[in-house]
Design a protein around this ligand. Structure first.
Ligand code: SAM
Ligand code: SF4
Length: 355
């Protein structure tokens, strides 16, 4: 369904002044998206930019070439693709990137996504650098929860890992999210031996003190970055380290993602582990990813994709819908991260596919 009421992104009046908003999908076909293994796809991660104000060493090369603007989906195209997915029964959408909050006029998109009937769970992953100015409008636009990346609490180390980032800005962003009324905000920490493994206990203490959840992530071989073999740490090893300082009680809770959670008695915080290597979670995978250039990747860890952009640009949302349904046929059973960390068979950086 192509909604004729949407206006192009380049309207001189400015996106923020737009109305009316996109109409509801004609039908909400709960559970339409099934892959060939019978997994229901209800969760989409939508990357709205490949650009970022940081250059994290595990995510990007030092010198990155970013997409030319005309190869990136317009905000209108992002909204159309999201509403087609919602019409196919998707009820959770994560906005990501690159850094989503550096995308110009991001709130135009978020406000419209927040009003999409059938989309129960609009969430965002951010590096936190822009949250001090965006937390309140995001909350007002019905974003349910925010994930914030935080690999260290030391300013000098933060600068080293992100190559440019300012820890102070991120910490004020975390505080702004709290003041805006966000709850269950989750920190994401990529575990790296010799880089931040001496801070895991401090990061847990920080999460507990600030009523945040925290997930530790095993580094994935996405994009050619040297040294991953040396820095890789399993979730098991980190959990053993944390167990010496905290009582960790296994929990059956889920946030709808791949993390497995532990609780610390007396604290609201959940400590999660995302373990694509040591605890493959593919059998319950419920998600697909859309890159900033409109490619649909059914699996983060494989190279098969469908290019939605030409069909989107032809203006035919029925054809987009059909292409999405057909793409479920190429969703593989799982990723293959077991190969050498320094010679990945997925050459896309995480910032390109969207984390
Ligand atoms: N810029 C935002 C941020 O940093 O949260 C959103 C995009 S970022 C690509 C999403 C998540 O992917 C972040 O939590 C980041 O730490 C994680 N990430 C990036 N590269 C990774 C890798 N090679 N292995 C594991 N996690 C990675
Ligand atoms: Fe940017 Fe996020 Fe990648 Fe860091 S992890 S470079 S903040 S996209």
């Amino acid at each position: 369904m192509h909604n004729e009421t949407l206006r192009p992104e380049s309207t001189p009046a400015g996106l923020a002044d737009f109305s009316p908003v996109i109409a509801a999908p004609a039908t909400h076909n709960e559970g339409t998206l099934l892959d060939k293994y019978g997994r229901r796809i209800t969760y989409v991660r939508l990357s709205i930019t490949d650009r970022c104000d940081f250059r994290c060493t595990y995510c990007m090369a030092e010198e990155m070439t970013f997409l030319p603007r005309d190869e990136v989906m317009s905000l209108e195209e992002c909204l159309r693709v999201a509403s087609v997915f919602v019409g196919l029964g998707v009820n959770k959408l994560r906005i990501t990137g690159g850094e989503p909050l550096v995308r110009k006029d991001i709130m135009w998109l978020i406000e419209r996504l927040g009003a999409l009937p059938g989309l129960d769970n609009l969430v965002l992953t951010t590096n936190g650098s822009q949250l001090d100015r965006f937390a309140a409008p995001l909350r007002a636009a019905k974003v349910k929860r925010i994930n914030i990346s935080l690999d260290t609490l030391r300013p000098d180390r933060f600068k080293k890992i992100t190559r440019i980032g300012d820890l102070g800005k991120v910490l004020s962003g975390i505080e702004a999210a709290r003041q805006a009324g966000f709850t269950r905000t989750k920190l994401n920490t990529v575990m790296m031996r010799g880089v931040n493994d001496d801070e895991f206990v401090d990061l847990v203490r920080f999460a507990v003190a600030n009523q945040l959840d925290l997930s530790f992530i095993e580094e994935m071989p996405l994009g050619a970055i040297n040294g991953r073999n040396n820095t890789f740490i399993t979730s098991e090893e980190t959990r053993a380290q944390l167990s010496e300082h905290f009582e960790l009680i296994p929990s059956t809770e889920s946030s709808g993602g791949p993390a497995r959670y532990w609780r610390i008695p007396g604290s609201e915080s959940r400590i999660g582990f995302i373990s694509p290597h040591s605890h493959n979670f593919c059998d319950t995978c419920n998600r697909v990813r859309i890159t900033a250039k409109g490619e649909l990747y059914p699996c983060l860890g494989q190279n098969d994709a469908s290019n939605l952009l030409p069909v989107l640009r032809a203006g035919n949302d029925d054809a987009v819908r059909q292409m999405i349904i057909d793409s479920m046929g190429i969703k593989p059973f799982g990723h293959d991260f077991t190969q050498q960390m320094d010679a990945p068979h997925v050459v896309r950086f995480m910032s390109m596919t969207g984390g």
